[in-house]
Design a protein around this ligand. Sequence first.
Ligand SMILES: [Zn+2]
Length: 192
Amino acid sequence: MYQNLLSDSRLYKLLFEIDQDLAAEAKAKGCHCGGRLDSARYRRKPRGLPTELEDQDDYKKRHSLCCAKEGCRCRTTPPSLRFLGRKVYVGAVVVLVAALRHGPTPVRIAKLRKFVGVSVRTVNRWRQWWRLIFVGTPFWKAARGLLRVPLDEQSLPLALLEAFPGHDAQSRLVCLLRFISPLSTSPPRQES
Ligand SMILES: [Zn+2]
């Protein structure tokens, strides 16, 4: 179910549109100094997109804003559902691949490599990121209290996906990406 989403170009289009909205909201709010925010997007070269989207522009820039006022010039990076902070792979892939219920068997990895070009080492690193790094973030420590039922942190991110109501995998994934989007605003130096 979640695996089919990986290659669904409609999902990636939707996430792009949500990011446009989040950027417009941040721009409308303006800088904390009262100054106007201008677009100052970052170039990104994310991996993991379905092949038919690789040549499109939707994922080549990350929204970012810069204050126009002399002496401030503060940068504001709106939250994103496309990019998960510094990760090279798009956020949806980092969630979906790590959520595969039975972990990375050789056959499954071969399939994933075909879909998203990911290696077993990367998959293991993502699973570790969810279970060791993510659970230690101040974001998660504050946010887990907002969930109705406590989660088994060793089953992340699948347990979190399934904590969201929704009739289908796509709406749960979008909820999850929106929920963790405060984590997406770290500076854009890339890491895998
Ligand atoms: Zn400012």
